[in-house]
Design a protein around this ligand. Sequence first.
Ligand code: PRP
Length: 202
Amino acid sequence: MLTIALPKGRIADDALLLFKKVYATEFSFKNRKLIVECGGFKFLLVRSQDVPTYVMRAAADLGVCGKDVLLESGAQVTELLDLKFGRCKVALGMRKGESLAQPRPSIRVATKMVNTAKRFFASKAMAVEVIKLYGSIELAPLVGLADAIVDIVETGETMRENDLEMVEVIAESSARLFANRESFIENKREIIALREAIAGVL
Ligand code: PRP
């Protein structure tokens, strides 16, 4: 039986809806249960940022999470399919009118996505001080905690409402189906059949 790690929240709902369409069975997590067996699969409900860990360490054969989360985790997994939902951008944001061109010895960047931010500035050969936050990232430049942010942009509303603008898009993201590398080799037929079935209803 294949084990599939799904992230809590909207991506899990959308992913369960997909499995429902593919297998015409009812899937849902109830009563705070974190493991559900259904339609010949075992589903695990985990925190989005933890999905790559479950898959990379073979606690799950397959996982679904945003490409942004995969990039941040650096997990070595086999990406199988772009599920097309949960679309967003990972972007660099600054206060209106400001830009990276302004001279400063080092830029202070607030973010939840420390690895992504470090990689981005390394690719530009720019010195950066990364300040790890857990939420409300857009606040940091408004109160002088940071010069810029690296964050998820969905509608752009939060940046707009806080007088920030996107200076650069670092990555386009959407939900991805991916597999543990060894499990993919062992269960290739089953996993490819699942991928084909899901691709068919997308
Ligand atoms: C995310 C992200 C932005 C916002 C972007 O935050 O970190 O703040 O959504 O969405 P928008 O472009 O549609 O405005 P989330 O809602 O997860 O809350 P958090 O800041 O507390 O993490």
